[in-house]
Design a protein around this ligand. Structure first.
Ligand code: SF4
Length: 489
């Protein structure tokens, strides 16, 4: 059935299996070879190494491989599906440990991103993954970062075990709706994806509560002040739909006067369960879903499962299949980019999916970023006065982010703010100027006119749009994704 050479060296396997993993985007991957240079964050080395970001913002390099691409499933979008004739390879747990440790000792990597096709069945594959992680942690005493992908349909004990050994754990959503998933991944079901997601959410929450922390994980890139103002909104629009408040009270999480008895510190759990949280990935453009459906699904995932990230991966056609876009169809890179921006609005700006789309148009306007798009459709709410507007409203102004809002609110305590001060606070005035006043005055134009502002903002984004969609850039990106596949267990 498979094209497996009789004897494969570890290098040959690495070539096949690092290449097979590089299109899984749910690890914040780069997949490029590039030396570090001044002014840039992190660097990238040979194929099979990607980057992730620690909670403190540090860039960490990960060895990114599949355990096996000898998959028994037949996902239509995947190059490694069972019906394709491609070179196959499978690492043993020891081989993965050797590679990880040797790369680590040479300073190539600081961690491991491990996924796999389905070898025999989900439990068998997951057992092998767990064995690898256990060996790494206990025999090789590897204390580095590990991000592991679970196999849909694997038993809950194995997922629990993986979560205790890994830092981050993911279950790939693949498609935003049950219908499209059935259409392109006949061996997978929404249930086999959502059940483990739910288990991981509950287990992370249980471990956090047992350690005296809040059940929900904190968000990266947003300060505590805004976490309070955005995530704990009175209407509960964004937030886990489970109410842990009573449990928190019991554990005195929010009671600063509570003191643990001295001996209780020994009860501290040896390892957190998936301390880096869980993430997922959706393929964009393989089905007929609208942007509204995709973002609605993401919002539900953030609310219900407290996900750290939803990753969006623009579909690159690799298989000739009537259910999928034809080979040669352009990769929807701009759409992917706009979906990431929209996702940001859900997570850090307090937007709701229903606000970002109209009934008539379930797609984003890709010419401008989604926050500008929203503002253009709600010009009746602008301009807002910087010196008096609420934090919620300031966050909705294009060009003003959470950190700028915090600076504005702090600065307002000492006096009134003008445009020069906003510039120093890193407010992006080329966007914000159409939507704000400082002490009643606008910067430059006094026009609040849709056509005028839209044309300016579209012109402002033109360079970025061109950079994402022009053929030169696509060709460069395609080089990174040569022999694309979406192999992800
Ligand atoms: S996506 Fe994963 S499960 Fe599906 S065929 Fe590819 S490797 Fe197998």
């Amino acid at each position: 059935m498979y094209n497996i050479a009789a004897e494969q060296s570890i290098e040959e396997k690495l070539n096949i299996l690092s290449d097979a993993a590089k299109y899984d985007v749910a690890c914040t991957s780069s997949g490029v070879s590039r030396r570090g240079k001044k002014g840039y964050l992190g660097n990238s080395v040979a194929a099979g190494v990607c980057h992730s970001f620690a909670a403190d913002g540090r860039c960490i390099s990960l060895l990114k491989i599949l355990m096996s691409n000898a998959c028994v499933y037949d996902c239509k979008y995947c190059k490694n599906r069972v019906s394709n004739d491609v070179p196959r390879a499978t690492f043993t747990p020891d081989e993965i440990c050797t590679l990880t440790i040797e790369f680590y000792k040479r300073n190539y990597i600081e961690g491991l991103f491990l996924s796999s096709g389905v070898i025999r069945n989900p439990d068998y594959t997951m057992e092998k993954i767990c064995e690898t992680l256990r060996l790494l942690r206990t025999r090789y005493m590897f204390n580095g970062y590990i991000h592991v992908k679970t196999i849909p349909g694997a038993s809950s004990e194995l997922i629990y075990s993986a979560g205790l050994l890994a830092d981050r754990i993911s279950v790939n959503m693949e498609m935003p709706t049950q219908e499209s998933l059935q259409n392109v991944a006949p061996n997978k079901s929404m249930q086999s994806i959502l059940v483990p997601m739910n288990q991981i959410t509950d287990t992370i929450a249980a471990h956090r509560l047992a350690q005296g922390k809040q059940a929900r994980m904190e968000r990266n890139g947003i300060n505590d002040y805004l976490v309070d103002t955005i995530w704990n909104r009175a209407d509960g629009r964004i937030g886990c739909d489970k109410d842990y408040s009573e449990t928190n009270k019991m554990l005195s999480v929010s009671d600063s006067s509570f003191k643990y008895p001295a001996e209780q510190k020994d009860l501290k759990l040896k390892r957190d369960f998936a301390p880096g949280g869980q993430s997922t990935q959706m393929i964009i453009g393989a089905g007929n879903e609208t942007d509204y459906q995709i973002i609605k699904t993401s919002q539900a995932l953030y609310q219900r499962f407290d996900l750290k990230r939803v990753f969006y991966s623009g579909y690159i056609p690799v298989n000739d299949d009537a259910a999928l876009p034809a080979i040669g169809t352009p990769v929807p890179l701009l759409r992917e980019h706009r979906l990431y921006q929209t996702d940001w609005l859900l997570r850090f700006y307090g937007f709701d999916t229903e606000e970002l789309f109209t009934k008539d148009n379930p797609f984003l306007d890709y010419r401008v970023d989604p926050k500008c798009n929203w503002a253009l459709r709600h010009l009746e709410q602008f301009p807002v006065e910087i010196n008096t507007a609420s934090a919620d409203m300031l966050l909705r102004v294009p060009g003003i982010g959470p950190n700028s809002v915090k600076r504005i609110l702090e600065c307002r305590r000492y006096g009134s703010i003008n445009f020069a001060m906003l510039k120093k606070m890193r407010v992006v005035l080329k966007r914000a100027q159409y939507f704000i006043t400082c002490n009643g005055s606008m910067l430059g134009t006094k026009l609040i006119d849709y056509d005028y502002i839209a044309s300016r903002l579209i012109a402002e984004d033109r360079e970025e749009v061109y950079a994402i969609t022009d053929s030169g850039t696509c060709a460069r990106q395609m080089n990174l994704f040569t022999d694309f596949n979406l192999a992800t267990g």
